[in-house]
Design a protein around this ligand. Structure first.
Ligand code: FES
Length: 165
């Protein structure tokens, strides 16, 4: 049963979630919320440098949401370590949740929320740092003050607590 398999994978992923919790020395923070389900996810990024290029040294997350979002965020924060900002910009929700297999339709927005939080944090990092190109076609750039529709859900950027320390 595909659903059982998906649920087992989520259960395994959240049994020992990686990189969960606030990062006090984060260089950038991105927070998004889903207006539909009321869940919220915040991603923290710490940047480093490799061969003169800015890379993600560490990533962590806080989730005020469902288990699928926690599972995807856990996998995403592991995946992000060592990625250049450009590589991170191009990571899709599907790639970040690949280990779970295809997300059931009701859970697609959970992965999109993780992607939105990552984009928001990357944009915050670009503004705070060297004004690196944030990418014009990313999710956060498309968000209007009232929120934007990504898939079937409306993702709303949260500006509270998004300042960098
Ligand atoms: Fe809304 Fe998972 S049900 S983030």
């Amino acid at each position: 049963m595909p659903d059982t398999s998906f649920e087992d994978k989520v259960r395994d992923a959240i049994a020992n979630p990686q990189n969960m919790g606030e990062m006090e020395d984060a260089d950038a923070v991105g927070t998004v919320g889903s207006a539909d389900c009321g869940d919220m996810l915040r991603m923290f990024l710490k940047f480093g440098e490799r061969d003169g290029e800015r890379v993600i040294d560490r990533a962590s997350f806080q989730s005020f949401g469902c288990q699928t979002a926690i599972a995807v965020a856990s996998m995403a924060t592991e995946m992000l370590r060592g990625k250049s900002l450009d590589e991170a910009q191009h990571l899709s929700a599907d790639e970040m949740s690949a280990d779970l297999g295809a997300l059931p339709p009701m859970k697609v927005h959970c992965g999109q929320m993780v992607e939105g939080a990552l984009r928001s944090a990357l944009d915050a990092g670009a503004q705070e740092g060297d004004r690196a190109e944030a990418g014009a076609d990313n999710l956060a750039a498309s968000l209007s003050p009232g929120g934007a529709v990504a898939g079937k859900i409306k993702i709303v950027p949260r500006t509270d607590n998004t300042e960098t320390p």
